[in-house]
Structure formats: structure tokens, C-alpha cells
Design a protein around this ligand. Structure first.
Ligand code: TXA
Ligand code: MG
Length: 323
């Protein structure tokens, strides 16, 4: 008898293997969060430095207390509003979470994803799943099973195909200083929605600067295609790169001067939610064309537009001077 895909995924995870799992934000590269050897395989497959902690996924709020100390009150309010969904909360971990998961930090990133297949897999298991996005470190995130197969297909035990991710950008990350919330990463839950629930929030000041990456000998960049991505005014960029093979990631309108098949529109109806859903699909498509450069411009900085602009800015880091 053929096993159902969710059973196959659960069995590989129980055996300490790494499985790509669908979530509504992006696909994750999952392993048993309680098993350091299984988690080590994730870092190896992604070529990810051990200084970068992973997010731990479980199926409901009651299960969170298995591996997290008491949550701040505002964390519980956020959890009740936005879980299951595209929100990650940084919470004080219990010792059952091994240090390799959190890069030695006392907090662990926790998320309850809504995707029905991954929900069912989590319910079959008696441990949570540690999972970063299922891309090689620094490269564009995957929002379809095909993206994962293209990037990491031969390295994972199994890819659970759950169709295209419905939100399309990674989760919003919120940490806490006492009862004060701090935004660590813009993501699929807009900052404005968080503020509506808990009022004003702080902003985490990252020490991270673009620098030489030790891992691959290339410039450190995040969410980046292999083809250089330049973000600015489309008219100016078209002028500047005359004579180059250019592709465009546009918002709602095609431009003259670039063949249509080298243009990918994020949302002809000008919806930021649709643009987020299609962002990484567009970047993967354009990156595979083999052109010299991809040009794009920032979207309106509101709602999920802030997360989209954050990803575009990071994906274009590689062309900025090193500071
Ligand atoms: O939507 C998502 O968040 C996806 C899906 C698979 O859940 N996961 C994801 O994981 O984007 P990853 O590893 O690509 O990004 C997680 C980010 C990293 O930037 C990491 O530094 C941060 O979360 N992070 C995780 N735990 C943390 C902690 N305890 N303190 C501060 N940052 C943390
Ligand atoms: Mg990632």
C-alpha cells in the first residue's frame, strides 16, 4: 500500500532525516528540534553558519509550553491573534531545545504554521520541527516544491509538496524586552497589524553590515539571485544599462524596451499581498533566464510592502560598496 505524503514526511523526520516542508510563508528545511544530530544536518545542507539560529515549529499553543518558559502577556496576545500564521515569537527556551538550534542564545524563535499538510505532519510527531527557509544560505527563498528541488533536491530525504506558499515572504519576527515588543524582521504579518493589537513596538538594531562572506567567497547578501539585482528608478536603469541583457521584476505594468518574456509582473492589479505571494517566484524565474542584470524598483512602503522592500534591498546588497 502506498503511504500518504504526510506519513512519509513524518517517518523521515522520526528517523532523524531532513525533510522540506511547505508553509504559507516559504518552504522550510525541517528536522527534529530535540535532536542535535538531525539539526546539524540542516546547517550542513544549507551551508549555514552556526551563528544563525533556527525557528522551531509546532502545531498549537499548548505544545509551545513543552519547550518554552512562561510567555510574556503581550506574546500570548500576539499568539492568539496571529497563530497559526506568518508570525515568529522569540521566547525563553527550556533546556530540551539544544544549543545548536538557537546558536547558543537563551531565546528560541517559535512559529505555528497554518499550512494544512505541515500542521498534519506536526500532529503526527512527538517533537517540534526546527526549520530555516529551504534555500542555500544567502540565496532566494523557496515558495514552491520545485524551487526546493532545484536548489537542494539531491540533499534532502524528502520534499513534501504543498503547492505554492500562499503568503510568499518569511514570517514577521517579534522579540520581547519584558512586556515591550521589538520587531526583528519585517515579514508577512504587517507591522501595522501588530501595532493594532499591542500598541507601539521597538525596532531591533541589527549590527549586521554587508561584508565579505567567509562561506562562499562571495559578498554576503540575503535572499539574493545569482544574477545581479539593481533596485531603483526603472527609467534611469533602462538608460544606464542600454546594450545589456536586462530582465525586469515590475509591480503592475510592463515597460517598453524589454521583451515581455523577460518581464515578470508582481501584481497587475496592484495588490501588495499578491506581490508578496509572487516575489520569490518572480526572482527565481528571472534568475533562471541567464540575463546580465535584473532591474526592479521599490513598492509602496505600507503593509506587507515593507517586507517586500526589505527583501529587495537585501537581494541587491551584492552590488553595494562594502562598508
Ligand atoms: O517564515 C519563516 O520564518 C520561515 C519558515 C520556514 O518558518 N523560516 C525562516 O527561517 O525564514 P530562516 O532561518 O531563514 O530565518 C530565521 C531568522 C534568522 O534571521 C535568524 O537569525 C532569526 O530568524 N532568529 C531565529 N531565532 C532567533 C533568536 N532566538 N533570536 C534572534 N533571531 C532569531
Ligand atoms: Mg532564510
Amino acid at each position: 500500500m502506498r503511504l500518504k505524503p504526510i506519513k512519509i514526511a513524518a517517518q523521515y523526520l522520526q528517523a532523524g532525516e531532513v525533510v522540506a516542508i511547505p508553509t504559507e510563508t516559504v518552504y522550510g528545511l525541517g528536522a527534529n528540534a530535540y535532536d542535535p544530530e538531525a539539526v546539524q544536518k540542516i546547517y550542513a545542507i544549507k551551508n549555514r553558519p552556526h551563528t544563525s539560529p533556527l525557528i522551531v515549529h509546532t502545531h498549537d499553543l499548548a505544545a509551545v509550553s513543552d519547550f518554552v518558559e512562561e510567555m510574556p502577556r503581550i506574546a500570548v496576545r500576539l499568539a492568539r491573534c496571529f497563530w497559526p500564521g506568518g508570525l515568529t515569537l522569540l521566547l525563553k527556551k527550556k533546556s530540551i531545545i539544544p544549543p545548536i538550534v538557537t546558536a547558543g542564545l537563551p531565546t528560541v524563535g517559535v512559529r505555528i504554521p497554518a499550512h494544512p499538510l505541515t500542521q498534519q505532519v506536526l500532529q503526527l510527531l512527538n517533537f517540534p520541527i526546527a526549520a530555516p527557509s529551504a534555500n542555500p544560505f544567502g540565496y532566494i527563498s523557496p515558495t514552491t516544491a520545485q524551487h526546493v528541488a532545484k536548489q537542494l533536491g539531491r540533499k534532502v530525504a524528502y520534499i513534501l509538496d504543498g503547492g505554492p506558499s500562499s503568503l510568499g515572504v518569511e514570517s514577521t519576527i517579534i522579540g520581547f524586552q519584558g512586556e515591550k515588543a521589538v520587531l526583528y524582521r519585517q515579514g508577512s504579518v504587517p507591522e501595522e497589524d501588530i501595532q493594532r493589537v499591542i500598541g507601539s513596538i521597538g525596532y531591533y538594531k541589527s549590527q549586521e553590515k554587508p561584508t565579505i562572506a567567509l562561506t562562499s567567497g562571495t559578498l554576503l547578501s540575503h535572499y539574493a539571485p545569482r544574477t545581479p539585482l539593481i533596485v531603483g528608478s526603472i527609467d534611469d536603469l533602462l538608460n544606464q544599462y542600454q546594450g545589456h541583457q536586462i530582465a525586469m521584476l515590475g509591480f503592475d505594468q510592463y515597460v517598453e524596451g524589454i521583451p515581455r518574456k523577460l518581464q515578470f509582473l508582481l501584481s497587475p492589479k496592484k495588490s501588495l499581498v499578491q506581490a508578496a505571494q509572487r516575489l520569490f517566484i518572480g526572482l527565481h524565474y528571472l534568475d533562471d533566464l541567464g540575463v546580465d542584470k535584473i532591474i526592479s524598483s521599490y513598492l509602496p512602503s505600507q503593509g506587507v510592502g515593507k517586507a517586500i522592500n526589505d527583501r529587495l534591498r537585501r537581494a541587491s546588497y551584492s552590488l553595494k560598496p562594502i562598508q
